[in-house]
Ligand binder design. Structure first.
Ligand code: SF4
Ligand code: SF4
Length: 290
């Protein structure tokens, strides 16, 4: 148990900085705007901001009512509800001139609608101010309440993303309050409510799951009509979080991607540095093609 896994070469990335990235970063400082990309020190930021003009924004505060054991977001008593937030986020999207935006949130189990209303308003505000920008939402399970999901789906995001995070067996150890089946049900219902909106889910690997268990997740997602899957390497944010049990090689990720496509996903991103929102701009087009 004392053994600490060494980080393999393919995770030691070199930053390839570019002008667009630097301009955007300067703009963000001037306007005092914040993104998940910067706060999570995401390794893909130069590519996303520079070439792809994609960013992830977190709404409903930065303190979460849950404490998942892989996640670096602070846990505690939730902050107030900021009714101006949708307009502010929409202004940021416009200022950044984003092609694709991912709107994510902390779990707000203190709110009756789980935060669905503010997320829906954010979609509408972005649509008004930046009609060309594609919008992906990454909500919590909204307490598993069907009505909350309906509030969100009625606002018609371009992609509904809800992460399964880990395999069935490890879910109680890895995620707080969320359950594997509730997340599957969430994805299935979203598809039933708005059949033409692509659904998407992400899996982290390296937490001690078996290869078979990964394939089971794929089958479960497909059985609930999920269109897009992303698979990335789990990295331990701090020593207090769950340890990494295995670093998968780029070859293994390649195999998983191939299997996912054979199982019928319309798009799959799989790789050591793949994150939920990585290459999300491409997925909108590919998932709506069919
Ligand atoms: Fe931001 Fe997601 Fe891109 Fe990372 S992968 S830089 S979090 S949009
Ligand atoms: Fe992190 Fe989401 Fe879990 Fe909250 S619910 S601790 S934001 S993964």
């Amino acid at each position: 148990e004392k053994e600490i896994l060494r980080k393999p070469e393919w995770l030691k990335i070199k930053f390839n900085t570019n002008e667009e990235y630097r301009d955007l970063k300067k703009l963000m400082r001037e306007k005092n705007l914040h993104t998940v990309c910067e706060e999570a020190r995401c390794p893909n930021i130069h590519e996303c901001w520079g070439q792809r003009r994609t960013a992830t924004m977190m709404i409903l505060g930065s303190v979460c009512t849950r404490a998942c054991r892989f996640c670096a977001v602070k846990t505690g008593l939730p902050t107030e509800l900021d009714l101006e937030e949708p307009e502010r986020v929409a202004d940021s999207v416009k200022i950044m001139n984003l092609k694709h935006v991912v709107i994510t949130m902390v779990a707000r189990d203190d709110l009756k609608d789980g935060g669905a209303g503010i997320m829906a308003e954010t979609i509408r505000a972005i649509r008004r101010k930046s009609p060309q920008t594609s919008i992906e939402v990454l909500p919590s399970d909204l307490g598993g309440v069907e009505e909350n999901l309906r509030i969100l789906m009625d606002a018609r995001p371009d992609i509904l993303n809800h992460n399964i995070e880990t395999v069935r067996r490890l879910t109680p150890r890895v995620r707080a309050r969320a359950t594997y089946d509730r997340s599957l049900e969430f994805l299935r219902r979203a598809k039933e409510m708005q059949p033409d909106i692509p659904t998407k889910s992400s899996l982290m690997i390296g937490l001690g799951e078996t290869w078979e268990e990964i394939l089971e997740v794929m089958d479960d997602l497909r059985a609930n009509n999920v269109d897009i899957m992303t698979i990335g390497q789990y990295l331990q944010p701090t020593k207090k979080h769950l340890p990494v049990k295995k670093y998968y090689s780029p070859l293994e990720f390649g195999k998983l991607r191939k299997i996912a496509m054979e199982k019928g996903f319309k798009h799959c991103e799989a790789g050591p540095l793949v994150r939920s929102s990585y290459h999300a701009d491409e997925q909108v087009n590919e998932a709506t093609k069919a």
